[in-house]
Structures are given as structure tokens and as C-alpha cells.
Design a protein. Structure first.
Length: 428
């Protein structure tokens, strides 16, 4: 039976409206937090604000190898000779006072001796030894007051805001926390994700094809995209075009996972059972978005206050993102909507990067829908970012996606773009 329900849920909406719905639903369903050891927190989303607990640096120290001295001892023009009274290496502060006319050999990161306020780098000095005076240092080039000295707290002071909840923990941010002596961080839990592909025509790679069959490429595409985003998805066996089998599998997954992503069975054909299923036992947040490729995408969840006594236990607490079956549609809808859903569940506050680039060739769009066109990024002689559109724009043509590294975002409505025009670009 055809799966083409009619209802009051949003349909054929714009991408911005679809994104707003995804983000609003995700915000209401935001996942909890967990405490992780610092080395396991890379790539996670920070769950709470962090403030500095120690000054960074914690003490005045040398920024270069050389000699620590009092700037007042340096002659304004002529060379200066100072008596060398000791050494200060990184790792432990020695009890050394720099008296007038003296200096101390110092290495990068070592604490500044008392009363020293400047470091002259080693290359601008000459060491001289005499039997009468011992080691002396001739300053061949003067220095500015305070030169090559890192002052306590100049980077971070106790109480400073360091990181904000919702930020992605990049290596540099992890290093900032490590510099504070933090060995654990509270991060948002990552969503668990189940991946389904549907269709009687699908065959697993490695098996022989029969007439009318296709190899299942969508599973590996989705699994790779999810893993690249730091998730650990679980792939379920391919579902047949059988409404009862589809419903039973999605019910089980809906109780075990935070998000269920499906490919295929979401349009309005005789074998597209998902829209009717979610209209009957779930809540459709939207179905069909004015985008190309990927128009039939559907976003759904459990019906509010849905009874669990329907004999099957309902759909569980999962959110369901149902993508079309064409492989490029899977790529476009995941990048445009799937990432927003998964980021929203984790409370990620920072937007994914989107570039502006110049078209390397003209392009005409005659239809009304927003379009994701495959393209390859590069740099011109003027160092500007350029993107070359791929002319193979069919949603089944995965070769074009493999030859590209970004989606060119073409706004709704007909467009007649010239080479050199600026366009939005979504890297993948």
C-alpha cells in the first residue's frame, strides 16, 4: 500500500525552517553529561563553563636562552660587561639574587632570579673568563626593559573565564585545561545512533548481484560520516520492503538508541512505508524539504504522551531521521540536517564551518528548490578560495561526490551564476 499520508505536520518546508525544527527538538532532548579523563575528552562538547584555577604562567620566567639581569645595568650605547654569578635552569627555582653589575645564565622557561627584570639572548653576548675576575658576560647588543620575560598571569589569571559550555574540545582547548592541572572534564554524552538501510534491491558488497539488484553503499557512507564526527554508530541488517518488518525493527531500535537514521522508504511510492508508519504510531516533525537532492527527508519521534500499551511498547525515546535512498541524497541530508540534530543533542554551541568561495565556472539553476551541488575546493593565483562545480548533478551519481570535497549551496529560486560569483560552500 502506498505510504503517502496526509496530515497537518509541516511538509515541503524550506531548509532554514527544517533546521529550526531540528534544533528546537534537539534542545528539548539534550543529553546528559559525563566526566571523562582528559585524554578521552578530545572532540567532545564541554558540559560546563571552566574558570582558571591557577595563573598561567605561574611565575615570571625567561622566554629565551640567555642571561637574566637588571636593565638598569645596561649602558645606553656602549657595550656592558657583567659578572656571571650563577645559573638558573627550568624546573626548579634557585635562591639567586641579581645584584647590581651581575647576571645569571638562564634557559627558556626558567624562573627569573630575584631583582632581574630583563633577559639578553645568548646570541647577543660573549662569555669572557679571567683569572682575576672569573666569568664575565659582555653584552654586545642592549635590550628593552622587560625583554624576553614572560610575566606571571599574563596569559591567564585565577578566575578568568577559560572555556564555555557548548564548545568543542579541540586539542588546543584540552591543552589549556591541562595547563590548569585539570585531569578530568565534564562533557556531554554522545548520542547512540542506529543505522538502517532499506530495500529489497540491496545486496551486501562481496556477494553476487542478480538482475535488478544494487550493492548497498549507503550503509558505509553513513557509518563513515558518523564515525568522522566522533560517533560510534551501530549498523543493523538491511530491512526488506515489508511494513511489518520495518515497524518491528524501528520499535526495537527506538527503545535502545538516542537516534535512528534510515535510508530509503521515505518517499511516496508503493514501497515507501515510513511516512505512514510515523503518522500512525509516532509524531512527524516534518516531511519533505525544498532541497535538491534529499527532498523526501522525514524527521519524527514518539507521539507526545503516546500510550505504551499498544501491544508493541511504542517507538521508544529515539528521534528518527529518515533519509532518501539515493546516495548523494544521503550525503546532502546528513550534512545539512543530521549533523545539526546530533550537534544539538550534545549542546554544541559553535556552528559547523561554512565557507564562501568563488565559482570556477558558470552555473544555471532553473528550479525553485535549494540545491546542494557537488564541487571541489581550490585556491587561485590570487590566494582566494575557488570551487569547481561538478556537472554530474544526479542524486544517484556517487562518483561525482567522491571526486568532490564540498557541497555548493545554491539558494532557492532560479539562478544564473557567473564564474567568479561568491557562493556558500559546505565542506565534507
Amino acid at each position: 500500500m502506498s505510504a503517502a499520508p496526509t496530515s497537518a505536520f509541516p511538509t515541503r518546508i524550506g531548509l532554514d525552517e527544517a533546521l529550526a525544527i531540528v534544533r528546537a527538538v534537539a534542545a528539548k532532548r539534550r543529553l546528559g553529561s559525563e566526566s571523562l579523563a582528559l585524554q578521552r575528552a578530545h572532540g567532545r562538547v564541554l558540559a560546563r563553563d571552566l574558570r582558571a584555577e591557577v595563573d598561567q604562567p605561574g611565575f615570571d620566567n625567561a622566554a629565551m636562552d640567555g642571561f637574566a639581569l637588571r636593565h638598569a645595568d645596561l649602558a645606553s650605547e656602549d657595550e656592558t660587561t657583567l659578572r656571571l654569578i650563577g645559573e638558573q635552569f627550568a624546573g626548579r627555582a634557585l635562591d639567586v639574587d641579581v645584584q647590581p653589575g651581575t647576571c645569571v645564565r638562564i634557559t627558556t622557561g626558567a624562573p627569573m632570579p630575584r631583582d632581574a627584570d630583563t633577559v639578553v639572548i645568548k646570541e647577543n653576548t660573549r662569555l669572557e673568563s679571567t683569572a682575576l675576575d672569573g666569568d664575565r658576560v659582555r653584552i654586545l647588543q642592549s635590550a628593552k626593559p622587560g625583554q624576553h620575560v614572560r610575566h606571571a598571569g599574563e596569559d591567564v589569571r585565577i578566575g578568568d573565564a577559560l572555556l564555555a559550555a557548548g564548545q568543542l574540545l579541540t586539542p588546543s582547548r584540552i591543552a589549556l585545561a591541562a595547563g590548569q592541572g585539570m585531569d578530568r572534564l565534564d562533557v556531554m554524552r554522545r548520542p547512540t545512533v542506529a543505522v538502517f538501510t532499506t530495500g529489497d534491491e540491496l545486496v551486501e558488497p562481496g556477494l553476487p548481484l542478480q538482475p535488478g539488484q544494487l550493492y548497498n553503499s549507503n550503509r558505509e557512507l553513513l557509518m563513515g560520516l558518523l564515525r568522522a564526527d566522533g560517533l560510534e554508530p551501530v549498523a543493523w541488517p538491511t530491512l526488506p520492503d515489508d511494513p511489518e518488518a520495518v515497524e518491528n525493527a524501528l520499535r526495537h531500535a527506538g527503545h535502545a538508541f538516542d537516534v535512528v537514521i534510515t535510508c530509503g522508504g521515505v518517499s511516496a511510492g508503493e514501497k515507501d512505508h515510513l511516512p505512514a508508519l510515523f503518522q500512525r504510531v509516532g509524531e512527524i516533525h516534518f516531511w519533505k524539504v525544498r532541497m535538491k537532492p534529499g527532498m523526501p527527508v522525514l524527521f519524527a519521534g514518539s507521539r507526545p504522551a503516546q500510550a505504551e500499551d499498544d501491544g508493541h511498547g511504542g517507538l521508544g525515546d529515539a528521534l528518527f531521521l529518515c533519509l532518501p535512498g539515493n546516495p548523494v541524497s544521503v550525503l546532502a541530508t546528513y550534512l545539512a540536517l543530521g549533523r545539526a540534530l546530533l550537534d544539538g543533542l550534545q549542546g554544541r554551541a559553535e556552528a559547523r564551518p561554512r565557507l564562501r568561495a568563488r565559482l570556477q565556472a558558470p552555473w544555471r539553476k532553473t528550479h525553485e528548490r535549494l540545491e546542494f551541488l557537488r564541487g571541489r575546493l581550490g585556491f587561485g593565483d590570487d590566494s582566494a578560495t575557488w570551487v569547481e562545480p561538478n556537472p554530474a548533478d544526479g542524486s544517484h551519481r556517487m562518483r561525482a561526490a567522491a571526486d568532490s570535497d564540498a557541497l555548493i549551496v545554491l539558494a532557492e529560486g532560479p539562478l544564473d551564476l557567473q564564474a567568479g560569483d561568491l557562493v556558500d560552500v559546505l565542506p565534507y
